[in-house]
Write a protein that binds this ligand. Structure first.
Ligand code: ZN
Length: 133
């Protein structure tokens, strides 16, 4: 599970200024997600104890509730995995390993790093994995 990589080279395009910029993106993204999570948790984990009868007449309503609950839970799941990725990105920045693909270990394109700085893989590896699944 734990891959030990020793990347010796520095990312050619990642200057201090760029790292600062990317840190800013990560900070903002994390703040947005963290403010989003409590609402999703309430929505996703809420029970149907509204005191009303369990009459099947409300079947349609309950179905919608459960549907919304499902959406909230899957969003929550996605948000939590994104937070994990963001944390990993912070660690990589701290250890000077940021900007390299976890898979092929090549330096990732700057555009990708600015757009999705938490992405662990380069576009090529990402597409390869998605295409295989
Ligand atoms: Zn790659």
């Amino acid at each position: 599970m734990a891959k030990k990589k020793t990347i010796k080279q520095k990312h050619p395009k990642l200057l201090k200024k760029k790292i600062d910029f990317i840190l800013e993106i990560l900070n903002k993204k994390r703040a947005v997600i963290l403010s989003d999570i409590p609402g999703l948790m309430t929505e996703g984990l809420s029970q149907h104890n509204d005191g009303s009868s369990s009459s099947p007449l409300h079947f349609a309503d309950i179905g919608t509730d459960e549907f919304n609950q499902g959406i909230a839970l899957s969003r929550l799941e996605r948000d939590e995995s994104l937070i994990d990725k963001i944390e990993i990105a912070y660690e990589k920045i701290n250890s000077g390993k940021f900007g390299f693909c976890d898979e092929c270990e090549k330096p990732m394109k700057l555009g990708r790093l600015e757009f999705v700085p938490w992405a662990p893989l380069c576009i090529e590896c990402q597409e390869l994995i998605e295409g295989n699944s």
